[in-house]
Design a protein around this ligand. Structure first.
Ligand SMILES: NC(=O)c1ccc[n+]([C@@H]2O[C@H](COP(=O)([O-])OP(=O)(O)OC[C@H]3O[C@@H](n4cnc5c(N)ncnc54)[C@H](OP(=O)(O)O)[C@@H]3O)[C@@H](O)[C@H]2O)c1
Length: 326
Protein backbone atom coordinates (compact mmCIF):
# COMPACT_ATOMS: atom_id res chain seq x y z
CA UNK A 1 0.00 0.00 0.00
CA UNK A 2 1.22 3.50 -0.75
CA UNK A 3 0.87 5.97 2.11
CA UNK A 4 -1.82 8.58 1.44
CA UNK A 5 -0.64 12.19 1.19
CA UNK A 6 -0.58 13.96 4.52
CA UNK A 7 -1.04 17.51 5.76
CA UNK A 8 1.70 17.02 8.39
CA UNK A 9 5.30 18.22 8.29
CA UNK A 10 7.36 17.83 5.12
CA UNK A 11 9.10 15.72 4.26
CA UNK A 12 6.76 13.17 5.87
CA UNK A 13 9.13 10.27 5.20
CA UNK A 14 12.69 10.78 6.50
CA UNK A 15 15.93 8.81 6.66
CA UNK A 16 16.64 7.28 10.07
CA UNK A 17 20.26 8.36 10.55
CA UNK A 18 22.53 6.25 8.38
CA UNK A 19 20.55 3.01 8.74
CA UNK A 20 19.11 3.18 5.21
CA UNK A 21 15.65 2.91 6.79
CA UNK A 22 12.91 5.44 6.05
CA UNK A 23 10.48 6.45 8.78
CA UNK A 24 7.37 8.61 8.87
CA UNK A 25 7.52 11.81 10.92
CA UNK A 26 5.08 10.20 13.38
CA UNK A 27 5.50 6.67 14.75
CA UNK A 28 2.75 4.82 16.63
CA UNK A 29 3.91 3.86 20.14
CA UNK A 30 2.85 0.36 21.12
CA UNK A 31 3.20 0.51 24.88
CA UNK A 32 -0.41 1.37 25.86
CA UNK A 33 -1.96 -0.98 23.29
CA UNK A 34 -0.42 -3.94 25.13
CA UNK A 35 -2.59 -3.00 28.14
CA UNK A 36 -0.46 -1.54 30.91
CA UNK A 37 -3.00 -0.05 33.34
CA UNK A 38 -0.37 0.79 35.96
CA UNK A 39 1.19 3.26 33.51
CA UNK A 40 -1.79 4.49 31.49
CA UNK A 41 -4.73 4.09 33.87
CA UNK A 42 -6.89 1.66 31.92
CA UNK A 43 -7.09 -1.88 30.59
CA UNK A 44 -7.04 -2.29 26.82
CA UNK A 45 -8.71 -5.41 25.43
CA UNK A 46 -7.16 -7.36 22.58
CA UNK A 47 -9.80 -6.28 20.03
CA UNK A 48 -9.18 -2.60 20.73
CA UNK A 49 -5.41 -3.04 20.55
CA UNK A 50 -5.62 -4.89 17.23
CA UNK A 51 -8.11 -2.34 15.83
CA UNK A 52 -5.72 0.47 16.77
CA UNK A 53 -2.87 -1.15 14.86
CA UNK A 54 -5.15 -1.75 11.87
CA UNK A 55 -6.06 1.95 11.89
CA UNK A 56 -2.34 2.78 11.95
CA UNK A 57 -1.65 0.46 9.00
CA UNK A 58 -4.42 2.26 7.02
CA UNK A 59 -2.97 5.70 7.82
CA UNK A 60 0.05 7.74 6.70
CA UNK A 61 1.90 6.52 9.83
CA UNK A 62 4.54 4.11 8.56
CA UNK A 63 6.34 3.15 11.75
CA UNK A 64 5.27 1.23 14.87
CA UNK A 65 7.37 1.00 18.03
CA UNK A 66 6.98 -1.87 20.48
CA UNK A 67 9.05 -4.07 22.79
CA UNK A 68 9.28 -7.67 23.88
CA UNK A 69 8.11 -6.68 27.34
CA UNK A 70 5.13 -4.36 26.75
CA UNK A 71 2.12 -6.01 28.39
CA UNK A 72 4.18 -9.21 28.80
CA UNK A 73 4.30 -9.57 25.04
CA UNK A 74 0.68 -8.55 24.41
CA UNK A 75 1.71 -5.46 22.43
CA UNK A 76 3.74 -7.57 20.00
CA UNK A 77 1.00 -10.23 19.81
CA UNK A 78 -1.64 -7.62 18.95
CA UNK A 79 0.60 -5.99 16.35
CA UNK A 80 1.24 -9.45 14.89
CA UNK A 81 -2.51 -10.18 14.79
CA UNK A 82 -3.21 -6.88 13.02
CA UNK A 83 -0.48 -7.54 10.46
CA UNK A 84 -1.88 -11.00 9.78
CA UNK A 85 -5.45 -9.63 9.47
CA UNK A 86 -4.17 -7.04 6.97
CA UNK A 87 -2.71 -9.84 4.85
CA UNK A 88 0.89 -9.02 5.78
CA UNK A 89 2.98 -5.98 6.65
CA UNK A 90 2.86 -3.25 3.99
CA UNK A 91 6.41 -3.01 2.60
CA UNK A 92 6.81 0.64 3.61
CA UNK A 93 5.91 0.07 7.28
CA UNK A 94 8.73 -0.36 9.77
CA UNK A 95 8.06 -2.28 12.99
CA UNK A 96 10.77 -1.68 15.58
CA UNK A 97 11.00 -3.71 18.77
CA UNK A 98 13.30 -3.99 21.77
CA UNK A 99 15.06 -6.76 23.65
CA UNK A 100 13.99 -7.14 27.26
CA UNK A 101 15.31 -9.15 30.18
CA UNK A 102 13.39 -12.01 31.77
CA UNK A 103 13.36 -11.09 35.44
CA UNK A 104 16.98 -10.21 36.26
CA UNK A 105 18.31 -12.24 33.34
CA UNK A 106 19.67 -9.88 30.67
CA UNK A 107 22.33 -12.31 29.47
CA UNK A 108 23.38 -12.81 25.89
CA UNK A 109 21.26 -15.96 25.75
CA UNK A 110 18.25 -13.97 26.93
CA UNK A 111 18.83 -11.37 24.19
CA UNK A 112 18.75 -14.11 21.54
CA UNK A 113 15.61 -15.58 23.10
CA UNK A 114 13.95 -12.14 23.24
CA UNK A 115 14.56 -11.56 19.53
CA UNK A 116 13.20 -15.03 18.66
CA UNK A 117 10.06 -14.38 20.73
CA UNK A 118 9.49 -10.99 19.09
CA UNK A 119 9.89 -12.44 15.61
CA UNK A 120 7.39 -15.17 16.45
CA UNK A 121 4.76 -12.88 18.00
CA UNK A 122 5.00 -10.28 15.24
CA UNK A 123 5.02 -12.94 12.53
CA UNK A 124 8.00 -11.23 10.89
CA UNK A 125 10.98 -13.17 9.53
CA UNK A 126 13.28 -10.20 9.77
CA UNK A 127 13.40 -7.47 12.40
CA UNK A 128 14.81 -4.32 10.76
CA UNK A 129 15.40 -2.39 14.01
CA UNK A 130 15.88 -3.81 17.50
CA UNK A 131 16.74 -1.64 20.51
CA UNK A 132 18.45 -2.48 23.75
CA UNK A 133 15.60 -1.62 26.14
CA UNK A 134 16.04 0.35 29.36
CA UNK A 135 19.59 -0.79 30.20
CA UNK A 136 19.48 1.62 33.16
CA UNK A 137 17.85 -1.12 35.24
CA UNK A 138 21.19 -2.97 35.18
CA UNK A 139 24.76 -1.82 35.72
CA UNK A 140 26.84 -0.77 32.73
CA UNK A 141 29.29 -3.56 33.63
CA UNK A 142 26.51 -6.18 33.51
CA UNK A 143 25.20 -5.04 30.13
CA UNK A 144 28.64 -4.69 28.51
CA UNK A 145 30.18 -7.88 29.95
CA UNK A 146 31.81 -10.21 27.38
CA UNK A 147 29.06 -12.32 25.81
CA UNK A 148 26.45 -10.15 27.51
CA UNK A 149 23.42 -8.24 26.24
CA UNK A 150 25.21 -5.54 24.27
CA UNK A 151 27.82 -7.78 22.68
CA UNK A 152 25.09 -10.24 21.68
CA UNK A 153 22.91 -7.55 20.11
CA UNK A 154 25.90 -6.43 18.05
CA UNK A 155 26.55 -10.05 17.06
CA UNK A 156 22.92 -10.47 15.96
CA UNK A 157 23.36 -7.47 13.65
CA UNK A 158 26.69 -8.82 12.34
CA UNK A 159 25.04 -12.19 11.67
CA UNK A 160 22.19 -10.49 9.79
CA UNK A 161 19.65 -11.81 12.30
CA UNK A 162 18.46 -8.24 12.93
CA UNK A 163 18.91 -5.07 10.90
CA UNK A 164 19.87 -1.89 12.72
CA UNK A 165 20.35 -1.78 16.49
CA UNK A 166 19.19 0.98 18.79
CA UNK A 167 19.47 2.26 22.32
CA UNK A 168 16.14 3.03 24.02
CA UNK A 169 16.13 4.28 27.56
CA UNK A 170 15.67 7.13 30.00
CA UNK A 171 18.36 8.79 32.14
CA UNK A 172 20.51 10.84 29.79
CA UNK A 173 23.84 10.42 31.63
CA UNK A 174 23.58 6.66 31.38
CA UNK A 175 22.35 6.78 27.80
CA UNK A 176 25.33 9.00 26.90
CA UNK A 177 27.67 6.36 28.27
CA UNK A 178 26.04 3.71 26.08
CA UNK A 179 25.99 5.99 23.05
CA UNK A 180 29.74 6.51 23.50
CA UNK A 181 30.32 2.82 22.80
CA UNK A 182 29.72 3.81 19.17
CA UNK A 183 27.82 0.63 18.31
CA UNK A 184 24.27 1.98 18.05
CA UNK A 185 22.60 3.00 14.79
CA UNK A 186 19.59 4.61 16.49
CA UNK A 187 18.78 6.40 19.76
CA UNK A 188 15.29 6.56 21.28
CA UNK A 189 14.77 9.09 24.10
CA UNK A 190 11.54 9.45 26.04
CA UNK A 191 9.83 12.12 28.15
CA UNK A 192 13.02 14.19 27.98
CA UNK A 193 12.54 16.38 24.92
CA UNK A 194 9.06 17.78 25.45
CA UNK A 195 7.25 20.99 26.32
CA UNK A 196 7.98 20.24 30.00
CA UNK A 197 11.42 18.58 30.06
CA UNK A 198 14.59 19.10 27.99
CA UNK A 199 17.01 16.77 29.78
CA UNK A 200 17.91 15.08 26.50
CA UNK A 201 19.37 18.17 24.76
CA UNK A 202 23.08 17.24 24.92
CA UNK A 203 22.27 13.60 24.14
CA UNK A 204 20.41 14.56 20.97
CA UNK A 205 23.37 16.70 19.89
CA UNK A 206 25.79 13.83 20.52
CA UNK A 207 23.63 11.42 18.55
CA UNK A 208 23.25 13.73 15.57
CA UNK A 209 27.01 14.40 15.53
CA UNK A 210 27.57 10.62 15.22
CA UNK A 211 24.99 10.18 12.45
CA UNK A 212 22.79 8.17 14.81
CA UNK A 213 19.08 8.22 13.91
CA UNK A 214 16.97 9.91 16.61
CA UNK A 215 13.48 8.89 17.75
CA UNK A 216 11.73 11.14 20.27
CA UNK A 217 9.14 9.24 22.32
CA UNK A 218 6.47 10.20 24.85
CA UNK A 219 6.12 13.83 23.83
CA UNK A 220 2.87 13.82 25.82
CA UNK A 221 4.78 12.80 28.96
CA UNK A 222 2.77 9.56 29.07
CA UNK A 223 -0.57 11.30 28.37
CA UNK A 224 -0.80 14.50 30.42
CA UNK A 225 0.08 16.75 27.48
CA UNK A 226 -2.45 15.04 25.22
CA UNK A 227 -5.38 16.26 27.29
CA UNK A 228 -6.74 19.59 28.41
CA UNK A 229 -5.24 20.64 31.75
CA UNK A 230 -7.84 20.85 34.48
CA UNK A 231 -7.24 22.73 37.72
CA UNK A 232 -7.17 20.45 40.76
CA UNK A 233 -6.57 17.18 38.91
CA UNK A 234 -3.44 15.27 40.02
CA UNK A 235 -0.72 15.69 37.40
CA UNK A 236 1.54 12.81 36.42
CA UNK A 237 4.51 13.25 34.10
CA UNK A 238 6.80 10.49 32.84
CA UNK A 239 4.76 7.80 34.69
CA UNK A 240 5.13 9.40 38.15
CA UNK A 241 3.67 12.33 40.06
CA UNK A 242 4.83 15.56 38.44
CA UNK A 243 7.15 18.01 40.18
CA UNK A 244 5.07 21.01 41.38
CA UNK A 245 6.97 23.29 38.97
CA UNK A 246 5.99 20.98 36.09
CA UNK A 247 2.34 21.06 37.14
CA UNK A 248 2.45 24.86 37.42
CA UNK A 249 4.06 25.18 33.98
CA UNK A 250 1.40 22.90 32.51
CA UNK A 251 -1.35 25.20 33.79
CA UNK A 252 0.38 28.25 32.27
CA UNK A 253 0.97 26.43 28.97
CA UNK A 254 -2.71 25.50 28.78
CA UNK A 255 -3.61 29.18 29.18
CA UNK A 256 -1.07 30.15 26.48
CA UNK A 257 -2.50 27.57 24.05
CA UNK A 258 -6.02 28.89 24.75
CA UNK A 259 -4.90 32.44 23.97
CA UNK A 260 -3.38 31.29 20.68
CA UNK A 261 -6.36 29.18 19.67
CA UNK A 262 -4.63 25.81 19.83
CA UNK A 263 -4.28 22.94 22.30
CA UNK A 264 -1.54 21.32 24.33
CA UNK A 265 -1.48 18.12 22.26
CA UNK A 266 -0.86 20.02 19.03
CA UNK A 267 1.91 22.10 20.57
CA UNK A 268 3.47 19.08 22.33
CA UNK A 269 3.58 17.06 19.11
CA UNK A 270 4.72 19.86 16.83
CA UNK A 271 7.56 20.91 19.16
CA UNK A 272 9.15 17.59 18.22
CA UNK A 273 7.99 17.47 14.58
CA UNK A 274 9.60 20.84 13.82
CA UNK A 275 12.99 19.72 15.23
CA UNK A 276 15.28 18.71 12.36
CA UNK A 277 17.36 16.43 14.57
CA UNK A 278 14.43 14.11 15.16
CA UNK A 279 13.59 11.57 12.46
CA UNK A 280 10.34 10.36 14.01
CA UNK A 281 8.19 11.26 17.01
CA UNK A 282 6.71 8.29 18.85
CA UNK A 283 3.14 8.82 20.11
CA UNK A 284 1.55 6.12 22.27
CA UNK A 285 -2.01 5.12 21.41
CA UNK A 286 -4.49 2.38 22.18
CA UNK A 287 -7.69 3.55 20.48
CA UNK A 288 -8.28 3.65 16.71
CA UNK A 289 -9.56 7.25 16.90
CA UNK A 290 -6.13 8.41 18.09
CA UNK A 291 -4.73 7.95 14.60
CA UNK A 292 -6.89 10.69 13.05
CA UNK A 293 -6.46 12.91 16.12
CA UNK A 294 -2.67 12.57 15.85
CA UNK A 295 -2.68 13.38 12.15
CA UNK A 296 -4.90 16.41 12.82
CA UNK A 297 -2.49 17.62 15.52
CA UNK A 298 0.46 17.07 13.17
CA UNK A 299 -1.15 19.13 10.43
CA UNK A 300 -2.73 21.96 12.45
CA UNK A 301 -1.52 25.56 12.11
CA UNK A 302 0.31 26.83 15.19
CA UNK A 303 0.87 30.60 15.51
CA UNK A 304 4.63 31.26 15.44
CA UNK A 305 4.38 33.53 18.51
CA UNK A 306 3.27 30.60 20.68
CA UNK A 307 6.67 28.92 20.50
CA UNK A 308 8.54 31.77 22.20
CA UNK A 309 5.84 31.98 24.82
CA UNK A 310 6.05 28.25 25.58
CA UNK A 311 9.86 28.44 25.80
CA UNK A 312 9.45 31.13 28.44
CA UNK A 313 7.22 28.80 30.47
CA UNK A 314 9.61 25.80 30.47
CA UNK A 315 10.03 24.46 34.03
CA UNK A 316 13.52 24.92 35.53
CA UNK A 317 16.04 22.12 34.96
CA UNK A 318 15.80 21.13 38.63
CA UNK A 319 12.23 19.95 37.99
CA UNK A 320 13.12 17.73 35.00
CA UNK A 321 13.07 13.96 35.31
CA UNK A 322 16.82 13.44 35.48
CA UNK A 323 17.26 15.96 38.28
CA UNK A 324 14.88 13.91 40.42
CA UNK A 325 16.53 10.50 40.20
CA UNK A 326 17.05 8.78 43.57
N1 LIG B 1 12.27 3.09 27.18
C1 LIG B 1 11.63 3.11 26.04
O1 LIG B 1 12.03 2.51 25.08
C2 LIG B 1 10.35 3.89 25.91
C3 LIG B 1 9.89 4.64 27.00
C4 LIG B 1 8.72 5.38 26.81
C5 LIG B 1 8.04 5.33 25.60
N2 LIG B 1 8.49 4.54 24.59
C6 LIG B 1 7.74 4.43 23.33
O2 LIG B 1 7.18 5.66 23.02
C7 LIG B 1 5.75 5.55 22.99
C8 LIG B 1 5.16 6.85 23.50
O3 LIG B 1 5.26 6.93 24.90
P1 LIG B 1 3.97 6.72 25.84
O4 LIG B 1 2.97 5.93 25.09
O5 LIG B 1 4.46 6.17 27.11
O6 LIG B 1 3.50 8.19 26.14
P2 LIG B 1 2.89 9.40 25.27
O7 LIG B 1 3.02 9.13 23.83
O8 LIG B 1 3.48 10.62 25.84
O9 LIG B 1 1.36 9.36 25.70
C9 LIG B 1 0.57 8.25 25.40
C10 LIG B 1 -0.79 8.45 25.99
O10 LIG B 1 -1.39 9.60 25.39
C11 LIG B 1 -2.69 9.31 25.03
N3 LIG B 1 -3.03 10.00 23.78
C12 LIG B 1 -2.37 9.93 22.60
N4 LIG B 1 -2.97 10.72 21.69
C13 LIG B 1 -4.02 11.29 22.31
C14 LIG B 1 -5.02 12.20 21.91
N5 LIG B 1 -5.03 12.67 20.66
N6 LIG B 1 -5.95 12.58 22.81
C15 LIG B 1 -5.93 12.11 24.08
N7 LIG B 1 -5.00 11.24 24.52
C16 LIG B 1 -4.07 10.83 23.64
C17 LIG B 1 -2.77 7.82 24.80
O11 LIG B 1 -4.08 7.43 25.16
P3 LIG B 1 -4.76 6.06 24.69
O12 LIG B 1 -3.84 4.97 25.18
O13 LIG B 1 -6.08 6.09 25.39
O14 LIG B 1 -4.87 6.08 23.20
C18 LIG B 1 -1.69 7.26 25.69
O15 LIG B 1 -2.20 6.74 26.89
C19 LIG B 1 5.44 4.32 23.80
O16 LIG B 1 4.16 3.81 23.50
C20 LIG B 1 6.58 3.44 23.40
O17 LIG B 1 6.32 2.89 22.12
C21 LIG B 1 9.65 3.85 24.72
Amino acid sequence: MTAPSTPGPTPWMRPLGSTGLQVSAVCAGGSPLGSMPALYGRDVCADEGVATVRAVLDSPIRMIDTSNGYGDGESERRIGAAIAAAGGLPPDVLVATKVDPRGRDFSGARVRESVAESRDRLGLDHLPLVHLHDPEHFTFAEITAPGGALETLVALRDEGEVGAIGLAGGPVDEMARYLDTGVFDVLLVHNRWTLLDRSAGPLLEAAVARGTGVLNAAVYGGGVLARRYEEGRAVRYGYRPAHPEVAAALARMQAACDRHGTDLATAALQLSLRDDRIASTVVGMSRPARVDATMAAAGAEVPEALWAELEGLLPPAGAWLDARRP
